[in-house]
Design a protein around this ligand. Structure first.
Ligand code: AOF
Ligand code: ZN
Length: 350
């Protein structure tokens, strides 16, 4: 019996996830090549600017011990519509046309304006049978960070905070540990999956955070801190390790002597359009995903301006009594997981 297309597409999802930490503003994509119900080769998009999933799947097919006959008349499965534009790499639709592919099975459509259905049309016009929308609820979920970036020209924004049982982010002016050891590791996983992480001046001063991924494997995000008047001291941990930091300031940057070569200054206006100015800067720098880790003022501004695609809240069982009040979310969580004493809630807003 022929295996269901859905099973093969789920394999492309698994492969796509291997790239999540490194593809930046590009989507995570997986692809497999199948003939007579046998998976002949697999590939995924490993790194921003490098070969696409389909190219890696074909490379693996051609490098394998298959007979020439095996390489003909294959079905290509891919989690995302193949690209038809020459970007940093050549168009995958051309590669597919040149490789005796008879069928292409796709989960999600690539909303990048110049693609958005054109990849499918090109394949169909070349006589290749194309099937779309297989398990697209999952496929769209995997592609959604890229789609927000491509359509809205800003990073995909996730707001995250930890809250005490009585609704506070922290005691006033004092670093307060709320997450337990399990949710702390989960947060470091989230950091590894985001291109950049943002905090405000007060959080930098009060918490003195490192914002890296020391409790999880994978790359640390670009750390971004708002510092309108440049009042953050050089002694903060952020400025004394080897990872890059961006300081966003209103001060003219040409007169600043950088603290060290990991720190870069960016000048934007801190007016009513601060977040818009920041999003423009991040879009141009190819930051595809942004994790906003506080504090209350910064989180509140993103919420007020409706600039959030996802919110993740860690609710601990600590009681603080008084302190900085956490933002309130009116809707019900879309997903909740229990991590020992902490409850982690996910709200999907886009
Ligand atoms: C695919 N397969 O594995 C990925 C795709 O600048 P480039 O060359 O990396 O191309 C960017 C375009 O390719 C853009 O439409 C993006 O959504 C898509 N990414 N497409 O066929 C892949 N990563
Ligand atoms: Zn491509």
């Amino acid at each position: 019996m022929l295996a269901d297309n859905r099973l093969y597409i789920h394999r492309t999802f698994d492969l796509s996830r291997l790239g999540v930490q490194n593809v930046r503003s590009n989507p995570a994509v997986g692809s497999i090549i199948v003939k007579n119900n046998v998976i002949l080769s697999e590939g995924y998009h490993k790194k921003f600017g490098e070969k696409h999933a389909e190219v890696n799947a074909f490379d693996n097919l051609h490098n394998s011990q298959l007979t020439e006959n095996d390489k003909l008349k294959v079905t290509l499965y891919v989690s995302l519509e193949p690209c038809c534009i020459v970007g940093k790499t050549a168009a995958c639709t051309e590669l597919i046309k040149q490789n005796s592919v008879t069928n292409v099975v796709i989960s999600s459509i690539d909303k990048t304006p110049k693609v958005d259905g054109n990849g499918v049309a090109i394949l169909e016009n070349a006589g290749i049978k194309t099937t779309t929308n297989i398990e697209s609820v999952v496929g769209d979920q995997i592609a959604k960070t890229r789609n927000i970036f491509a359509i809205q020209q800003r990073p995909y924004i996730t707001l995250k905070w930890a809250v005490s049982q009585d609704g506070f982010l922290s005691s006033i002016g004092k670093q307060t540990t709320l997450s337990n050891q399990f949710s702390k590791r989960l947060v470091h996983k989230w950091r590894s999956e985001n291109d950049a992480i943002l905090i405000g001046t007060n959080t930098a001063l009060t918490d003195n955070p490192q914002l890296n991924t020391r409790h999880y494997f994978g790359p640390s995000p670009l750390r971004i801190v708002l510092d309108r008047t440049l009042r953050l001291p050089f002694s903060l941990k952020l400025f004394t390790d080897e990872y890059p930091v961006w300081i966003i300031t209103e001060q003219p940057t040409n007169t600043i002597h950088p603290i060290n070569d990991t720190v870069t200054y960016h000048n934007i206006r801190f007016d009513h359009a601060l977040l818009k100015n920041l999003m423009d800067l991040l879009y141009k720098a190819n930051v595809g995903t942004l994790l906003v880790e506080g504090g209350a003022q910064v989180l509140g501004s993103f919420i007020d301006e409706n600039l959030c695609d996802e919110i993740r809240i860690i609710k601990s069982n600590h009681i603080i009594g008084q302190g900085v009040v956490a933002p309130k979310i009116q809707q019900k969580a879309d997903e909740t997981i229990q991590m020992d004493s902490d409850t982690v809630s996910f709200y999907y807003l886009s």
